[in-house]
Design a protein around this ligand. Structure first.
Ligand code: SF4
Length: 337
């Protein structure tokens, strides 16, 4: 089934002033990777016929490369009818003049939707006051959508210190800036990448880590920005090295090496991808069986099916060279990052 895109996500860089424990992309200071505006422009031109609704520009921290970001926003406006969106942690909004200058530059390039990440993880690096200044300034400039994205460990109802810290950060933000009219999105932290190491640690410390195989079952539903369904996805994500992902670390191919539309999107057939076929047809539990058949010893418990899926993939990436082309970029599986 060919992929018809409603959205596409460009990961500009893994560089980020923060190094959040829940980052699926293992971003942080000096982590490198840099998507070039000319590459994004070329890919956007190739997918101009798709009914694109959004183009998400994120990282790492995309505002680090402000000139590149502006060029990409302008390219989205030139080649598509989609709305460009920027996701940022707001580290740069430390002074009113600077916040206004950056947001005005992005707006002049064609941006009218900006989203700030707000939770205990980001809060360890970026104070709520900076997000408040960013939100306030974007609204004053007339941005059509100003949003905050909040991630919770398992769910907002789970009473553990990390979620309590997130709640305090939102309250602090609400005390500094009027949040009426701000789009607030709540989501569950995706235990993939660095989060796969840190979330079990957080849950175990809180006495909440599930034990046994109870979480081995279940079907895959990926986040909306990753196209929700591996069978018929409507969004893909492109990394700085050109890797095209559905879920983080599940590679369809490389956009640098193949014409994106023809070879990757139009040619998509989940039954031909050995990892995706297993997850679609049998759920993450089937991927566990596939890894066990190759010697994976398993863990005593998993946070949820995505954690299990990621751990099985990490084992396969290390021990099944025939599957490695389908699992990348490689650093997603590098526990030292
Ligand atoms: S089950 Fe696997 S492929 Fe599906 S969203 Fe979770 S981690 Fe991604």
């Amino acid at each position: 089934m060919p992929i018809t895109l409603r959205g596409i996500d460009f990961l500009l860089t893994y560089n980020c002033p923060a190094q959040c424990p829940h980052c699926s992309y293992r971003s942080g200071p000096g982590r490198g990777g840099r998507l070039k505006p000319a590459e994004v422009e070329r890919w956007l031109a190739q997918i101009a016929g798709h009914p694109l609704e959004w183009v998400l520009l994120f990282g790492g921290e995309p505002v680090i490369y402000l000139a590149d970001l502006k060029a990409m926003i302008a390219a989205v406006r030139r080649h598509t009818r989609a709305r460009p969106q920027v996701s940022t942690n707001g580290y740069w909004a430390h002074e009113p003049g600077i916040a206004r200058d950056k947001l005005a530059q992005l707006q002049a390039a064609g941006l009218d939707c900006i989203r700030f990440s707000v939770d205990a993880f980001h809060g360890g690096f970026v104070p709520a006051a900076r997000v408040a200044l960013g939100v306030q300034t974007a609204r004053a400039l007339g941005y059509r959508t100003v949003g905050i994205d909040v991630q919770w460990v398992v769910s907002p109802d789970l009473d553990i210190p990390t979620n309590a810290a997130t709640r305090r950060m939102i309250d602090a933000l609400a005390g500094m800036v009027d949040l009426s009219g701000v789009e607030v999105t709540h989501s569950r932290t995706h235990p993939v990448g660095r989060a796969a190491e840190r979330l079990p640690e957080i849950l175990r410390a809180a006495g909440e880590m599930p034990a046994g195989r109870c979480h081995a079952e279940g079907l895959c539903v990926s986040p909306y920005y990753l196209g929700e369904s591996l069978r018929e996805p409507y969004a893909v994500e492109i990394h700085p090295d050109g890797t095209v992902n559905l879920c983080a670390g599940i590679a369809l191919g490389n956009a640098h090496e193949t014409p994106l539309l023809d070879a990757l999107l139009l040619g998509y057939d989940y039954t031909k991808h050995p990892i995706i076929r297993t997850v679609v047809e049998g759920g993450p539990g089937a991927l566990l069986a596939q890894a066990e058949a190759r010697g994976y010893p398993g863990l005593p418990g998993y946070v949820d099916p995505c954690h299990l899926c990621y751990e099985a993939r990490t084992y396969l990436h290390a021990h099944a060279p025939d599957l490695r082309p389908y699992l990348g970029p490689p650093h997603i599986y590098d526990r030292d990052r």
